[in-house]
Design a binder for this molecule. Structure first.
Ligand SMILES: [Zn+2]
Length: 216
């Protein structure tokens, strides 16, 4: 049997990773099964959603047995692959993905490559090392509007893993990632810099427009 292809898209938050999964799902004519870690309840229990709200039904998983429903799939999607690790997932996701590939199933993963503290997510790294195709996506730096490769945390606790969205995280370029924690871009520049606000808003709109274009 022909071995399946393994693809991963990784980058910071707000970089269109979930849109990428939706695009792959739309391209597949056979059965597609999507998985996400059971503890990630930010948007809904049953959907992989992008920040602009489109979604497909995904199954919450915490152990290898939960993956059995994908045995006859043509394609399997994993969102938030970095969290398929202890204590959130009880098996070795890399081994489980390999078993799927051996059965001829194509696997597409999306995940964060580094934490807000700048540390590699081990699972993402391991999947990247064995993947046939690795795609790096960027977001829009909330300070300067240039491509962002980092997730910057300006609120919440000091925990390395904390679920949150735009309430505590924002994308930053390498330069603006190295600024004191706990100060958002909005606080950095003050409330009244309209030219700046417009520039960032425009850059984000432009990026969203492109992502929506390839989902449709
Ligand atoms: Zn920047």
């Amino acid at each position: 049997m022909k071995r399946g292809l393994l693809e991963i898209v990784s980058g910071p938050m707000f970089a269109g990773k979930s849109s990428f999964l939706l695009k792959r799902a739309n391209e597949c004519s056979g059965k597609v099964v999507a998985f996400k870690p059971a503890f990630d309840t930010r948007y809904s229990n049953t959907e992989v959603k992008t920040h602009n709200g489109t979604g497909i039904v995904a199954i919450n998983v915490s152990k290898p047995a939960d993956l059995k429903v994908a045995q006859d799939a043509e394609m399997v999607l994993f969102d938030e692959i970095q969290f398929f690790d202890a204590p959130h997932y009880s098996g070795s996701i890399v081994d489980d993905i390999n078993s799927m590939l051996d059965k001829g199933i194509n696997v597409v993963c999306a995940g964060l490559d580094t934490s807000w503290q700048g540390n590699d997510f081990v699972i993402t790294k391991r999947v990247e090392e064995t993947a046939n195709i690795v795609t790096k996506t960027t977001a829009v730096c909330s300070v300067c509007g240039e491509p962002a490769t980092r997730s910057f945390k300006f609120g919440g606790s000091s925990a390395e893993i904390e679920l949150g969205s735009a309430d505590i995280y924002e994308p930053r370029c390498e330069k603006h990632f190295l600024q004191p924690h706990n100060i958002s871009a909005k606080e950095l520049r003050g409330e009244h810099d309209h030219a700046w606000s417009q520039k960032i808003a425009h850059a984000i709109e432009e990026k969203k427009r492109k992502e929506t274009a390839y989902v449709a």
